[in-house]
Design a protein around this ligand. Sequence first.
Ligand SMILES: Nc1ncnc2c1ncn2[C@@H]1O[C@H](COP(=O)(O)OP(=O)(O)O)[C@@H](O)[C@H]1O
Ligand code: SF4
Ligand SMILES: [Mg+2]
Length: 448
Amino acid sequence: MPVLVVRNLKVYFKVRQGWVKAVDGVDLNIDQGETVGLVGESGCGKTTLAYAITQLLPSNAFVFGGQILFGPNGVSLDYRLPYWQTAQERIAKDAEPLRAQLEASPADPGEGKAAKEREELERALNTLKNPLSATYRKYLQPEIKALEKQVDDLGQRWQSGDKSVRRQFLEAQHRLGAAKQEGDLIDITRRKDGSLREYHPKLNEVRWKEISLVFQGAMNALNPVYTVGDQIVEAIQAHEEVDDEQARKRVAELYRLVGIPVDRIDNYPHEYSGGMKQRAMIAMALALNPKLVIMDEPTTALDVITASKIMDEVLRIQKELEMTLIIISHDVSTVAKVADRICVMYAGELVEEGPSKRIFNRTLHPYTQGLLGAFPSVKGSKRRLEAIPGSPPSLVTPPTGCRFHPRCSYAKDICTTERPPYVAPEPGHRALCHFSQDFYNQGGLART
Ligand SMILES: Nc1ncnc2c1ncn2[C@@H]1O[C@H](COP(=O)(O)OP(=O)(O)O)[C@@H](O)[C@H]1O
Ligand code: SF4
Ligand SMILES: [Mg+2]
């Protein structure tokens, strides 16, 4: 059952030159107990996606569309999917005349009334093309009203002693939640237009207790004037009513879990090695027993051996706690050992997604092939560092067609003009490339 569903998420940053399309139409499902590796070079939007999920986006970030569904009891796609599809169909129907009107209006209306009308039209169409939960709810009003009535009626019958309606009542309640798009984290912090809203009390509950994030470079964020133990105690007490002794006991358990000697609790950050600081940050992220943990580049600042030891530890903890985990790294080999599934991100898009083994054994996207070639083989035999030529594009004006085309050695004419579709030649494995089916048929792209 998915714990987290990210649907067609678009997060853009407003900058002087325009909009940075840092996350541009990302779909991602994370199942309970699953570990997903999110990989891609620096600047591809990985951290932005993590910040969007934890609602820690800076104020110049604007959620242009999409949903981040996270339910305390998991997110049941069985209920959500049909409502979502119904809404989509209605939205598409409404968008059609607007599109026609826009096409019929002069492309360069100059100033004045005509220009204003065109602007309005563009805005309305954009809302429909990139719906947030508020739009879905608007289009599901008939269903929502009917379900509300049903919940009301069945609830009353149940309360007055009719036990036979219990199941129906619960189902109607779940359906209502699904139709109302409950559990959308964007709803908590964003206004209808996607801009940032002030603080929302519900947010703190979700953040850290439900989802926790080990920040990129977090180990340098420990406060030098307090002991590490005190900082973890403080984090626990900020969210739960436990006394000092109980909190310290929990810290000791966490230290054992992440492999720091317990007698180091009262040391200051400068007395810790880099690896110990990173372990402490992981301990802090686990302190409140969250449902989902996101680790952003957890080993990037560490030497290879320490990094590998920490990933072994993460793997062990993951198994022990049956944790749901997203590990972000620019280095595929970091996540290879722990991830059940790998998502490859390039220029704000997910370009390949699949079970780790399939990603390695039957690579469908040239970018993934480049990433795999740029890092040591998983089996550890040869170390190759053939970087992909060039660097990720500006996300203000990303390349037309396939965003990877300027760097791709397989690119054909079509790649420069036409956006590739997602191709899924085997279950659970898909890639954003015009030729993925061909690559699949030939047994996947070879390791370079
Ligand atoms: N606050 C911000 N304002 C403007 N642009 C930003 C901001 N934060 C990140 N970006 C840009 O968004 C893109 C994605 O960045 P990021 O999510 O940090 O990528 P990654 O984690 O994959 O390295 C980059 O082009 C980056 O420069
Ligand atoms: S669509 Fe074309 S440019 Fe893009 S990855 Fe595939 S072959 Fe390369
Ligand atoms: Mg990052």
